[in-house]
Design a protein around this ligand. Sequence first.
Ligand SMILES: *Cc1c(COP(=O)(O)O)cnc(C)c1O
Length: 467
Amino acid sequence: MWEHLLSRLPEQGLSEEDLFKLMDKYRTMNTVDWASGSCSGTVYSGEPELTQLAAKTYGLYAWANPLHPDVFPDVRRMEAEIVRMCCTMFNGGPETCGVMTSGGTESILLACLCYRNLAYERGIKHPEMLCPVTAHAAFDKAAAFFRIKMVHVPVDPETQVVDVRAMRRLISRRTCMMVASVPQFPHGTVDPVEDVAALGKRYGVPVHVDACLGGFLIPFMEKAGFNLPPFDFRLEGVTSISADSHKYGFAPKGSSVILYRNPDLRKQQCFSQPDWPGGIYATPTIAGSRAGAIIATCWATMMHIGENGYVESTKKIIATTKFIDEGLRKIHGIHVVGEPKVCVVAIASKHFNVYRLSDAIRVKGWSLNPLQFPSSIHLCVTYVHTKPGVAQRFLDDVRSSVAEIMNDPQAECGGAAAIYGMAQSIPDRTLVNDMAQIFIDACYSTSQPVSNGEVHSQTNATMHSSE
Ligand SMILES: *Cc1c(COP(=O)(O)O)cnc(C)c1O
């Protein structure tokens, strides 16, 4: 029975004991040991103490729903406080505001929706957004969902930060927003927000700062002793910021914030239907009902860690990233892409197919994200990697793997290296799209008995650079 995936409800419900036994079995499918640091990104804290805190808090708020603030005024208050605390982190004045969302993607979708609606209001029929090619794919998703034309802005091939002059040249009467990332996901480099914000101000174009990844690191960098040029509401041109509490905020998955310079902007993303027979209906985000428990666990996590806690985790994570960056630069045969400023280090090679390196270190227990255009791989450093010995072990394993590969740099490669190298060289991108769709279908398949769980974990590792 265990080998076959379920396709109908059990006729008789399981006792709690049987249920947890069954979940024990399900968990044997998980063979990746993220707790020892093997994953890039993925689990940002993993501290057992925070797991306990979240589980306890969840228990208290499992039925809460902020759609009913009259019934759950405490959750309404928590959400408002989270948003206000985040506004303060990003040096927003009293006019700044925002909402909580289900994650970075929803935060980005809502910002794009806001600027599209604003453009419509200004009489722009076919709005366009200017996005560095390195900005998160969630912007492409927003463009597709909301019928905004995506205009990709090139980045400097060496530094991987957006080419601001190219961005300026691409501004038109249709431009509804511009994007800068702090840091961007692929290489962890930081776009010149000051310059983009200045452009925005000069041309009257809203600027969104994507701090989904860095949102709970960059506000604390100064206190942690690291420099970063200004990136927040102190820059006049910055009109919105997204920050993921479920990444370095260390809250459980399912929360993020989108912040706006003023309530007029926030209004653009909110929906209300005054004539519904079900009542006057108004919601701030894409969802209707939302999980009050996710808001409560996020609030509890932020309150428990506090500013000093985040300064401390920022110190550790950025110091570890720098340690890895410096170590990698000493290894012959590979190079670090651009200048990692926060929490991501990307590796490329002029000597061999760099995906061979991800295959080689996967055998040693590391699972890195494959990147493309140009071929590279990255490690997103989380709190897990700051534990004693983890970063050194990573550098040692990369060094020995690179040395092996450099014995025969041009060797034929198989595995993920072959697939990913090939996928990039297919000129017809619709074929790659088809492949991605097959992957999604496979994730929902219940027809095949699975041995040891994984739905083509290879495909997953190759296909999907998630966060
Ligand atoms: C993770 C991430 C996102 C998207 O966030 P999700 O929470 O995965 O939806 C957006 N931008 C950047 C830079 C990110 O790292």
